[in-house]
Write a protein that binds this ligand. Structure first.
Ligand code: TEU
Length: 574
């Protein structure tokens, strides 16, 4: 398959100076009082997005769905779930964003469908259906009784606890689901599956959308032998990752998609692949601008620095030096030909301030410091709704407050296996995806201005203090700080295009780096801890104190390199 021509290497693509804002629609703004955010709610907030200054909106899934996994279980790729509105609402939203110069990318969830998708219904109902082979159906392990524990075709664990195989009584076979049992994996080996996906993508692009965020796109190619994976410590199942992450035909499938869907559409289209456990080498090849497969990828290394070998609920204390080591490794690794996404939060991660900063006394300075550190990197920043306010993790009391399938399954699984419920709750308080999904905080009113009805997930009690209305006109707010960061990326080529040099590599508290572009130098220094720190050993430290101070998160002009807790500074000189 020939590779489509890439932009000449000397031309910088538009997205190198763009900032993306992620909207998790069900938690953003509710227009009809049913307690669930919707497209018309979002439509009423486009001026807010425009004021923030962002360039692109990424919408989490809004398609018809049984909502088993917050819409990541799609039952119709070419429609809008009535919970969220109609196709006419979608078109209106798209036009309103475009009128403000904002692009819209949508979530493409094609590793799996919902079990209520007509393709799967046909596949399940009849082993001789042409749709049978659109999914991964397999008999029980040889010599085992179908349907009994341990008889699954292999030992893979589902990301949402338990086996990745579900037994179908009627046809006496199992189907593969790497996520919920209601999210059967599509069989990309079948060319008809790929064709159907390509057609659907073209349909959205023809409608005017500006690209896709591709859900777990590095899982679409599996080792067709489906071998057992290595055992996971503390689990009854194995890790199938080696056989489905960046599998044997991924590159071929991505090239084919580029050819069939994106070729000839111009360079306004943006493609972002979500790729758990992608390696630096793989990401470099995928985003290499001389032969790109995708424009950029979400890698996971830096959001796993607080995790042990057992995965996301096997928690270790966070060491700021590990975060710094990982982020700078990717900056250096994708320098030149590759491109990074920059994110600390999204709908799957806990709130970034609670995780990497200090959600109590130092909430405001740490929210600003983390944002500064992140946005001043080379790459495209992604802001998750509410992070621009410094929203924090919700104070969960009991498991019944959760709505997220991953959190609920994990709780049930661990408690059933004898773990102390309070210990499980402690982990979920830190890691549950629902931390990110509590409603957006617009004002200090009862439901934070999110809805007039009862919100589907509790509103954070801190909304009286942490909300848009309060921060909008306050020059010292976290929100105003984000506005300055976004503007800086638009205005300063050293931020959007400059190269990256790590300074003070072995400092345990301070993350310092330089961005350089055509005679301009931007120095970024951040204390990643809640204790004072000394950055006096920076090369040329004293001279830098005389340079132009572009941004800081404490009042006054500093006269030394003693950094207060979570202090961060950006200097420029030409
Ligand atoms: O997430 C994929 C993923 O690997 C994880 O981040 C996931 O959220 C989970 O924590 C694994 O332990 C994507 C979506 O972003 C997520 O919301 C979906 O639930 C998932 O795919 C399935 O579509």
């Amino acid at each position: 398959m020939p590779t489509p021509p890439a932009a000449p290497p000397h031309e910088e693509p538009w997205w190198t100076s763009a900032v993306v804002y992620q909207v998790y629609v069900r938690s953003f703004a509710d227009s009809d009082g049913d307690g669930i955010g919707d497209l018309r709610g979002l439509l009423s907030k486009v001026d807010y997005l425009s004021h923030l200054g962002i360039d692109v909106v990424w919408l989490s899934p809004i398609y018809p769905s049984p909502q088993d996994d917050g819409g990541y279980d799609v039952s119709d790729y070419q429609g809008i779930d009535p919970l969220f509105g109609t196709l006419a609402d979608f078109d209106e939203l798209l036009a309103a964003l475009h009128a403000r110069g904002i692009k819209l990318i949508i979530d493409l969830v094609v590793n799996h469908t919902s079990d209520e998708h007509p393709w799967f219904k046909a596949s399940r109902s009849d082993p001789s259906s042409p749709y049978r082979d659109w999914y991964w159906w397999r008999p029980a392990r040889p010599g085992k009784v179908p349907g009994k524990p341990g008889s699954e075709p292999n030992n893979w664990r589902s990301a949402f606890s338990g086996s990745a195989w579900e037994f179908d009584e009627d046809t006496q076979e199992y189907y593969l689901h790497l996520f919920s049992r209601r999210q059967p994996d599509l069989n990309w080996e079948n060319p008809q599956v790929r064709q159907a996906v390509h057609q659907m993508m073209c349909w959205w692009l023809d409608r005017g959308v500006d690209g896709f965020r591709m859900d777990v796109i590095n899982m679409i190619s599996k080792d067709v032998l489906l071998p057992d994976g290595p055992p996971i410590p503390g689990e009854d199942f194995g890790d199938g990752g080696p056989f489905y992450l960046c599998g044997p035909r991924l590159d071929e499938f991505l090239q084919e998609m580029r050819q069939e869907v994106f070729a000839g559409r111009g360079d306004h289209v943006l493609t972002v692949g979500e790729m758990p456990n992608v390696t630096l080498e793989q990401a470099r090849a995928i985003t290499d601008r001389h032969s790109p497969r995708l424009d950029m990828v979400f890698q996971f290394e830096h959001v796993q620095v607080d995790q042990g070998p057992g995965g996301k609920f096997d928690l270790l204390p966070l060491r700021p030096a590990d975060l710094k080591a990982s982020l700078s490794r990717w900056q250096e690794g994708l320098a030149g030909t590759g491109w990074n996404t920059l994110y600390l939060g999204n709908h799957d991660q806990p709130r970034l301030v609670s995780r990497f900063g200090d959600a109590d006394e130092l909430r405001v300075p740490s929210a600003k410091a983390l944002a500064t550190m992140l946005h001043l990197h080379r790459g495209t920043p992604f802001i998750f709704q509410g992070d621009e306010l410094g929203m924090t993790n919700y104070p969960w009391r009991e498991a019944s407050e959760f709505r997220d399938i991953e959190s609920l399954n994990h709780y049930r699984d661990r408690v059933e296996r004898g773990e102390n419920p309070e210990t499980v709750m402690q982990t979920l308080r830190r890691m549950s995806r629902d931390n990110a999904r509590t409603p957006m905080q617009w004002d200090a009113s009862t439901h934070a201005g999110f809805s007039t009805g009862t919100p589907w997930l509790s509103v954070h009690p801190d909304h009286a203090e942490v909300n848009v209305a309060r921060q909008l006109d306050d020059p010292d707010s976290v929100l105003s700080h984000y506005r300055r960061l976004i503007a800086l990326r638009h205005e300063e080529p050293a931020v959007s295009r400059g190269d990256f040099t790590l300074l003070l590599p072995s400092h345990e508290q301070v993350y310092a780096f330089m961005r350089r572009h055509e005679g301009t130098e931007v120095l970024v220094v951040t204390n990643l801890t809640g204790a004072e720190a000394n950055a006096g050993s920076l090369p040329g430290a004293l001279a830098w104190l005389e340079a132009e101070l572009l941004l800081m998160n404490y009042p006054g002009v500093p006269t030394s390199w003693r950094l207060r807790p979570f202090e961060s500074r950006v200097y420029r000189r030409r």
